[in-house]
Design a protein around this ligand. Structure first.
Ligand code: OOG
Ligand code: MG
Length: 247
């Protein structure tokens, strides 16, 4: 078995059994390229995919985890949580929720596209929530570790459509409530100055054609932990919402 597959199996087991594992670079000096190869093997073990997730596209997130590069991973169909639905806390190790902007791609994006071309391939934008759950002990990792771990992706809610022009996303306010209390706030421009740039970044990182599906642009604010019984809701200026309850 290749080392990449062996490490992917270790992460897959940690995910399936909700039991953390020490981060990989403690034992293996992985490059970022190796890490994407591990991620590839990992997501192949958990197919089908439903889209993409961008990570660490805001300063708030980069500071939270102490890694200052953008990263990308795959959304897994099995990880979707219905908007307004429930998810079992026991599925996760140490889950956290974060507010996301979701771009729906419905015409193929090519790696060389500029922002204007990218915009024409997006049918609509929605608000969303991502559940992140690092498979590593204490949520501690380096850049290659988090890439290998599919960017801590563990769940996502696709929420209401955001009815506003693309330009309005930059100054739009986003907030998240836990049990009705506002716990984080931010503006769309926290994501690379303009959330649409996150798609440009995705194309730069993957260098592949992206046909369709939702792309999470990366959290607008830092993440917050949640426990069984907690109700998490995100909302933005035009009133679009997404929520779930942990049970
Ligand atoms: C990495 C995942 C980051 C985002 O939106 O920035 C991410 C982590 O925080 O564990 O999903
Ligand atoms: Mg995220």
């Amino acid at each position: 078995m290749s080392l990449h597959l062996e490490l992917a199996r270790r992460l897959h087991d940690a995910r399936t059994n909700a039991r953390p594992t020490p981060h990989l670079t403690l034992e293996h000096p992985l490059t970022v390229e190796d890490a994407y190869a591990v991620q590839h093997e990992l997501v192949e073990l958990s197919k089908p995919f439903s889209g993409w997730t961008m990570g660490l596209t805001s300063g708030a997130k980069q500071r939270e985890v102490g890694v200052d590069s953008t990263i990308c991973g795959r959304l897994l169909a099995a990880d979707e949580i219905a908007n307004g639905g429930t998810v079992a806390r026991a599925k996760f190790i140490h889950p956290r929720a974060e507010p996301e902007i979701v771009f729906f791609v419905d015409e193929p994006l090519q790696p060389f596209f500029d922002l204007a071309r990218i915009r024409r391939c997006i049918s609509h934008v929605a608000i969303g929530i991502e559940v992140i759950d690092s498979r590593y002990q204490d949520f501690k990792f380096t850049l290659p570790d988090v890439v290998a771990d599919n960017c801590s992706a563990a769940g996502y809610v696709l929420g209401d459509m955001i009815e506003a022009p693309f330009e309005a996303l930059q100054t739009m306010g986003f907030w998240m409530r836990r049990n009705g209390v506002v716990v984080t706030t931010g503006a769309g421009a926290a994501i690379l100055g303009d959330p649409l740039r996150s798609i440009h970044e995705l194309l730069r990182l993957t260098k592949v054609r992206i046909d369709r599906g939702p792309v999470l642009a990366g959290a607008v604010t830092g993440s917050v932990p949640f426990a069984a019984g907690d109700w998490i809701e995100v909302e933005c200026g035009p009133g679009a919402r997404a929520s779930f309850r942990a049970v």
